[in-house]
Design a protein around this ligand. Structure first.
Ligand SMILES: Cc1cc2nc3c(=O)[nH]c(=O)nc-3n(C[C@H](O)[C@H](O)[C@H](O)COP(=O)(O)OP(=O)(O)OC[C@H]3O[C@@H](n4cnc5c(N)ncnc54)[C@H](O)[C@@H]3O)c2cc1C
Length: 417
């Protein structure tokens, strides 16, 4: 049964994180928006110390997660790790999206290791996120000619003795600089070991910071989430150990894409997190707008006949309804994940809805506030810029709708493109 009440444990965490976001993150939001390539190091170090594993610590420490064979859990806790993680994410992003994205942690790269790594790989690559030193994990899929169409990627990996040799170019890698230059992190790189095999030939590889043959070639200047670094990475005969492949190196049957599917399943866990990020920003804009309306003595009359509402009341209530719908879809996707149910449809629906909701809410909030909404004096214009990314990374809004349509209508990837 789905329960719409948060557990006391999650409620307590939510309140604590909200206070932290309000007092430590929000006050420096503008500063790091104006100075795109600076990092709030003091804050990041504090986050690492306090949260050990950053906001993505919801992945769990590899040591803590492994249960000995036959050992019974001491007490039966509710299955809510992913839901709890997403609520933490929402609250931090309420504070500021750019800074939250810059928080240390395993990130998408760590999620891929968690989803398809061996116990040895998890131990080796995830343990670093549970120390006092900030570290970052990143994921590099996108290429100049492969974004939504991941199957088109050209970066190659060729086995040479005990090493894989990587060649190619990756673009728009979130936290790539943090992972490779600012900490002892890693990037999970998607490359093909057999171009003719299509999706079945695509495998993820872990590339450690400091590996030769890998170079950051560009740091993006962006519209929003400016505190988060986004880079291009070039691989030129970049050699990594044979055991750094995630999943099987075999392309046994070219019609089978199990390995690819397993890594794509990473997104079933991370898309609801992106939805939670969007909801956090949307909530920030809505809270701020309602506070300003109250200051102006404008009261929102809930429950009155819609025909008697002012257009402002209608707008704000629509914003609230959109945000609530997005949140409920997101929580459902996470609840399914926590309970071991297939949630690919729900993840895509949540991300599509939340991405659209946040862009509409922030834009409407700017509109309602008039010129002040457009001014850098307030954070509204920043939230409008920050929000758009939720509709782009980890699969655009259009791609989420496409996945949703395929699943609802029972069409294959080939039947509905
Ligand atoms: C700030 C930022 C951070 C990012 N971080 C990462 C990262 O960490 N790792 C990573 O690998 N990538 C990352 N990306 C890349 C991001 O995931 C891609 O930009 C995204 O998947 C879209 O791919 P594309 O840019 O090639 O656009 P395209 O696929 O070329 O799409 C262009 C437009 O066409 C639409 N479109 C494409 N195909 C279809 C279709 N079949 N039906 C309908 N519409 C379609 C898209 O929705 C989009 O609107 C990041 C991007 C940004 C901007």
């Amino acid at each position: 049964m789905i329960d719409f009440e948060l557990s006391p444990r999650i409620k307590a965490t939510k309140n604590m994180v909200h206070m932290f976001a309000d007092q430590a993150v929000r006050p420096v939001a503008r500063q790091y928006d104006e100075n795109e390539h600076e990092k709030p190091w003091d804050l990041l170090k504090m986050v690492q110390k306090v949260m050990g594993g950053g906001i993505a610590g919801a992945l769990g420490s590899p040591e803590k997660k492994e249960k000995k064979e036959g050992e019974e859990p001491k007490e039966k806790k509710p299955k809510e790790a992913n839901l709890a993680g997403a609520i933490t994410v929402e609250e931090i992003f309420w504070g500021d999206a750019g800074i939250a994205l810059a928080f240390p942690g395993p990130g998408l790269g760590g999620a891929a290791v968690q989803a398809s790594g061996t116990p040895e790989q998890k131990e080796k690559f995830l343990a670093r996120f549970f120390t006092d030193e900030p570290a970052w994990g990143a994921m590099a899929i996108t290429e100049p000619e492969a974004g939504s169409d991941t199957a088109n990627l050209k970066t190659s990996a060729v086995l040479d003795g005990d090493e894989w040799v990587l060649n190619g170019e990756k673009i728009f890698v979130t936290s790539g600089k943090s992972a490779l230059e600012d900490s002892e992190g890693f990037v999970v790189v998607w490359a093909t070991i057999d171009k003719k095999a299509g999706r079945a030939g695509i495998k993820p590889f872990i590339v450690e910071h400091g590996t030769s043959g890998m170079e950051i070639t560009k740091i993006e200047d962006k519209m929003g989430i400016r505190c988060s670094d986004t880079v291009s990475i070039s691989f030129m005969d970049c050699r990594i150990p044979k055991e750094n492949i995630l999943g099987s190196p075999e392309v046994v049957d070219k019609t089978k894409t199990e390995g690819f599917k397993k890594v794509m399943a990473t997104f079933d866990a991370t898309r609801p997190l992106v939805a939670a990020m969007a909801i956090g920003v949307g909530q920030a804009a809505l809270d701020f707008l309602k506070e300003k309306l109250t200051e102006e003595g404008i009261e929102l009359r809930y429950g009155i006949n819609p025909h008697r509402m002012t257009s402002l009341e209608r707008d704000v209530m629509q914003m609230e309804a959109d945000l609530k719908a997005a949140r409920l879809l997101t929580w459902r996707a996470l609840w399914m994940l926590d309970n071991g149910l297939r949630n690919d449809l729900q993840s895509s629906m949540a991300k599509a809805k939340a991405g659209l909701a946040v862009t509409r809410i922030t834009q409407k909030a700017v509109e309602v506030m008039g010129p002040l909404g457009y001014s850098r004096e307030l954070l509204l214009e920043k939230w409008m810029r920050d929000s758009k990314i939720n509709d782009i990374f980890e699969g655009t809004g259009q791609i989420q709708l496409l996945i949703t349509a395929r699943r609802l209508l029972g069409f294959s990837r080939e039947q509905l493109k």
